[in-house]
Ligand binder design. Structure first.
Ligand code: ARG
Length: 563
């Protein structure tokens, strides 16, 4: 995708010595619009043509086909292009309608794999708002990588191993009950976990008992294994209902337990490379050579148990071997920053040249109506409840605005879930933000429903018009459409920027801008008036809808055609 196809085409015709990509690379935006929309410096042509740049600029301006431009002038060594609004609109709209959902695709990624560690909730606990953030940011980044020509691999690194499962097994065996767990698995397991911590405060021997059960689990005790498998399956079932409601699929559910048999290999490599040292009974990798401020990475606890870090080392190596990724992303809250700095540091000490391709995609905290959540205290906002409430709020607005809508329940689900996802993605990911559901599900303002509603409005215009759009008749002479046209034209570079910054919010902000531009135009013009430019206006509306729908898809949000 070039910066401007018309400028590149006009220059390619008169400077055949340069490829279109080389021309594109040299194009600049002038400091002021008085100097036009695009400028091309001729310095590099001086050697080739054996002439002064000023002379080259003047000569080329003579030869350039100016029919697509308002004017083309030489200003010293620069050729300045002033876009013709009508020609630009025509070209932009035609290229969108021809490409459809592929408008804005690029092949920069050359089909390289990008693994995306996302969601990764801990089993036997409800999925938190933090895990929701990881899920939706990860999913959107996966869509964005694909649009930039990479192949995303969505990996759910389930938290399915660790001492807490010993505690849970102990709690279940001591005061648990099978029917209760079957009835409400996560709710009940969470309650056991909370009760365990309350009881352990008074009686420390519970902690020892919990550790003993985890040791049994690690040693392959059949009863411990069976309970663990059961808890894991029940948890996955509940997580899956949320993933289904959000429309998210994973390529892998290899969680922490998957790496149990791969850990010795990692530890052996660390020993061979003389990186493992004993410290207060534990085994660590000292990282002070890489950064004197970095605390050592803990590889084995004093009782010989492996740790979160050890499993992440095994996982990183496994992913490189399995997918041969070009980038490996970890969408995990900012509070784990040091962990990922350590992970990269250990891998680079191990001599893995790809350690630099590991990226921690950090994000900020989310509070719910001002409240932070803590699973230990059982003080949680359940995602299922959030989605249910969002659904109800969306439904209420649909009842009011469009009482005759046929599939209200389905649309309310698309709008409710879409609102939650959009709100999460529209802020720069590193920012903290509060979540007020009433605000989030509003049909006006900076919300997902606003973008969806704008798209449904565009779709409704196209339905009312009841005619095929003629791509050969796109002359649109209307200054009011210029903001829309330039925004539409910026979509391909927006797609790139979203990936370069690893920032879905770039797409969300873009969608809001396009929606606002379109609504302003909609309020001030009679789109459906039957005059000479009706076809061109409808084409513009269709182009807006195509790009809004595609922007929403990149965010993982549905675009109902009516709401
Ligand atoms: N389960 C972890 C948590 O809830 C997140 C795991 C992130 N991924 C990873 N490879 N460490 O904190």
């Amino acid at each position: 995708m070039s910066k401007n196809q018309m400028v590149v085409a006009a220059l390619t015709a008169v400077v055949p010595e340069l490829s279109p990509a080389e021309i594109d690379e040299k194009m600049e935006t002038p400091k002021t619009t008085k100097l036009g929309d695009w400028a091309f410096p001729t310095f590099t042509l001086a050697k080739l043509y054996k002439k002064a740049p000023q002379q080259i600029a003047a000569d080329l301006v003579e030869k350039i086909d100016k029919s697509n431009f308002e004017k083309v002038v030489a200003t010293g060594p620069y050729i300045n292009f002033f876009l013709d609004k009508m020609a630009t609109a025509k070209l932009t709209i035609a290229s969108i309608l021809e490409a459809g959902e592929h408008y804005g695709d690029n092949q920069d990624g050359q089909a390289g794999h990008v693994t995306i560690d996302m969601s990764s909730p801990n089993i036997a606990k409800p999925m938190s708002m933090g895990h929701l953030r990881s899920t939706v940011i990860g999913n959107s980044l996966a869509n964005i990588t694909a649009k930039n020509g990479y192949q995303p691999v969505r990996i759910n690194h389930l938290g399915d191993w660790g001492t807490q499962f010993g505690k849970l097994i102990y709690a279940y065996k001591t005061w648990g009950n099978e029917a209760e767990v079957k009835d409400d698995p996560i709710g009940t397991l969470l309650r056991y976990y909370v009760e365990f911590h309350e009881k352990a405060k008074a009686d420390d021997s519970l902690n020892d008992a919990g550790r003993a059960w985890f040791k049994k689990l690690e040693d392959g005790d059949p009863e411990a294994q069976e309970l663990w498998t059961w808890f894991r399956n029940e948890s996955l079932k509940e997580f899956t209902t949320i993933y289904d409601r959000l429309g998210i699929d994973f390529d892998s559910f290899n969680g922490e337990a998957f790496y149990n048999d791969k850990m010795d290999g990692v530890v052996n490599q660390l020993v061979d490379k003389k990186l493992l040292v004993k410290s207060q009974g534990a085994e660590i990798v000292d990282l002070s050579d890489i950064d004197p401020n970095l605390t050592p990475a803990m590889i084995k606890r004093s009782d010989g148990a492996t740790l979160y870090m050890t499993r992440d080392l095994a996982a990183a190596i496994y992913r490189k071997e399995t997918y041969n990724f070009v980038k490996s992303l970890y969408v995990v809250g900012g509070e784990q920053r040091e962990h990922f700095v350590q992970l990269r540091a250990v891998l680079s000490l191990m001599g893995m040249p790809w350690a630099d391709d590991i990226e921690h995609i950090a994000f900020g905290l989310i509070t719910f109506n001002g409240k932070k959540m803590s699973t230990r205290k059982g003080d949680v906002v359940l995602l299922k409840d959030v989605l249910d409430d969002a659904h109800q709020l969306a439904l209420a607005q649909i009842q009011e605005k469009n009482p005759d809508l046929a599939n209200k329940e389905l649309v309310a689900e698309q709008v409710g879930a879409g609102a939650v996802v959009f709100h999460d993605l529209m802020n720069d990911r590193k920012n903290n933000f509060d979540f007020n559901l009433e605000e989030v599900v509003r049909f006006e303002g900076d919300t997902g429903p606003y973008v969806q509603y704008t798209n449904a409005r565009a779709q409704s215009i196209l339905r009312k018009a009841q005619r095929e759009i003629d791509l050969t008749d796109l002359d649109l002479d209307d200054d009011q459409t210029w903001d829309i046209v330039t925004t539409l034209g910026n979509f391909p570079q927006t797609v790139k920027r979203a990936w370069d910054n690893r920032e879905p919010s770039v797409i969300a902000k873009y969608a809001l801008l396009l929606a606002r531009n379109f609504n302003k135009y909609y309020a001030n013009s009679k789109i459906l008036t039957n005059d000479q430019q009706l076809n061109a206006r409808l084409a513009l509306v269709a182009a807006v809808s195509t790009v809004l729908t595609e922007s929403l898809r990149l965010l993982g949000v549905q675009a109902p055609s009516e709401m």
